[in-house]
Design a binder for this molecule. Structure first.
Ligand SMILES: NC(=O)c1ccc[n+]([C@@H]2O[C@H](COP(=O)([O-])OP(=O)(O)OC[C@H]3O[C@@H](n4cnc5c(N)ncnc54)[C@H](OP(=O)(O)O)[C@@H]3O)[C@@H](O)[C@H]2O)c1
Length: 270
C-alpha cells in the first residue's frame, strides 16, 4: 500500500493514535517522536498505570509539538481484566465516525514476569493468569475494541505489536515473556491474514536501555547476564529513541508485508 501524506506527516491529517505503556521507556520515545509527525486534528492517547509518568511524556510531546496535538492520558492496570471495559471506553471516548482518517494502535506495554523461575516452575495459575492478562489478553481485547470503533473502511487502520527477538529465540528464565511474545506474534499474523484492509506489524525493537532491560540484566541468571554483557560490548544495546525512530520510518515507508515480524537490526522478515 502506498504511503499517504508527506514524510513529515506520519499518517496524514486527523490521525487517532493510541500507545500503551506511554509512561516511560520505548512508549515514551515513540510518543515523543510521533509529535510533529501527526497531522492537524490528530489525537494521541497514552496509557499506563503511572499518571506521573504519563504527564511527563505529555510534557515532552507538547514541547516538540507546536501544532497543539491533542494528548489524552488514560490510566489503568492491564493486569486486571475486570477494568478493561471501562479502560478501553476511556481510550476511545468521543471518537465519532468520520472524525479521523487514520487510526494507529501501538501495543507497547509489557512486563517480564517472575524471572527467578525456570519454565517448569511456574505453578501458580493466578500469577500466570495475571501475567497473560497484562501481556496477551489485554492486547487481544484492546485490538477487538479498536476494530469495533474504527470499523468503517474509510479509516486507514494500522496495528503495531511491540514484540521481541525472544518471540522466536528462547531465553532462560523468560518463559512467560517469550511465550507471551510468541503468542502475540501469531495472533497478529492470523489477524493480518483475516483483515486485508488493516496494516499489521510485529516489531522487535532490540535491547534498549529501559527499566525492563535493567531488570533482565540484573536477574541473577548468569547466562542471561553474560549474554547482555556481550551484546553491550558489541554495541547492540541502544537508547529507546533509536528503535522508536526506526519503527516510525517503517510506518512512514509503509512497504512492510502485513503481519511481518521485523526488527531494528533487519534480522527478521517472517
Ligand atoms: N527494553 C528492552 O530491551 C526490550 C527489548 C525487546 C522488546 N521490548 C519490548 O518493548 C516494550 C516496551 O518495553 P520497555 O523496555 O520500554 O519497558 P518498561 O520501561 O518497563 O516500560 C513498560 C511500560 O509498560 C507499562 N506497563 C507495565 N505493566 C503495566 C500494566 N500492568 N498495566 C498497564 N501498563 C503497564 C508501563 O507503564 P506503568 O508502569 O505506568 O504502568 C510502561 O510504560 C515492551 O513490550 C517490551 O517487551 C523491550
Amino acid at each position: 500500500m502506498a504511503s499517504v501524506g508527506s514524510s513529515a506527516v506520519l499518517l496524514g491529517p486527523a490521525t487517532f493514535c493510541a500507545v500503551t505503556g506511554g509512561s516511560r521507556g520505548l512508549g515514551r520515545s515513540i510518543a515523543v517522536q510521533l509529535a510533529g509527525r501527526l497531522g492537524e486534528g490528530s489525537r494521541l492517547v497514552l496509557t499506563g498505570r503511572s499518571l506521573q509518568g504519563l504527564q511527563e511524556t505529555k510534557r515532552q510531546v507538547e514541547e516538540k509539538s507546536p501544532n497543539q496535538l491533542e494528548v489524552k492520558l488514560v490510566t489503568g492496570d492491564m493486569e486486571d481484566s475486570t477494568v478493561y471495559h471501562a479502560h478501553f471506553c476511556d481510550i476511545f471516548a468521543d471518537v465519532k465516525p468520520g472524525t479521523f482518517k487514520n487510526a494507529l494502535m501501538i501495543h507497547n506495554a509489557g512486563t517480564l514476569g517472575d524471572l527467578s523461575k525456570k519454565a517448569a516452575e511456574h505453578s501458580d495459575a493466578e500469577i500466570l493468569n495475571k501475567y497473560y492478562a497484562t501481556n496477551l489478553t489485554s492486547v487481544i481485547a484492546l485490538t477487538a475494541k479498536f476494530m469495533q470503533v474504527f470499523s468503517a473502511s474509510t479509516v486507514r487502520r494500522t496495528v503495531v505489536n511491540i514484540s521481541s527477538g525472544t518471540a522466536i529465540e528462547p531465553l532462560e528464565h523468560h518463559a512467560l515473556y517469550c511465550s507471551g511474545k510468541a503468542a502475540r506474534n501469531m495472533f497478529f499474523k492470523v489477524m493480518a491474514a483475516e483483515e486485508p484492509d488493516v496494516r499489521v506489524l510485529n516489531y522487535s525493537p532490540g535491547p534498549m536501555v529501559t527499566d525492563m532491560l535493567h531488570t533482565t540484566r540484573s536477574c541473577g541468571v548468569k547466562i542471561v547476564e553474560d549474554g547482555f554483557k556481550a551484546m553491550e560490548s558489541q554495541g547492540l544495546i541502544q537508547s529507546p529513541d533509536d528503535p522508536a525512530k526506526h519503527l516510525l520510518t517503517l510506518l512512514e515507508e509503509d512497504t512492510f508485508k502485513s503481519g511481518a515480524f521485523l526488527d531494528v537490526f533487519n534480522r527478521f522478515s517472517l
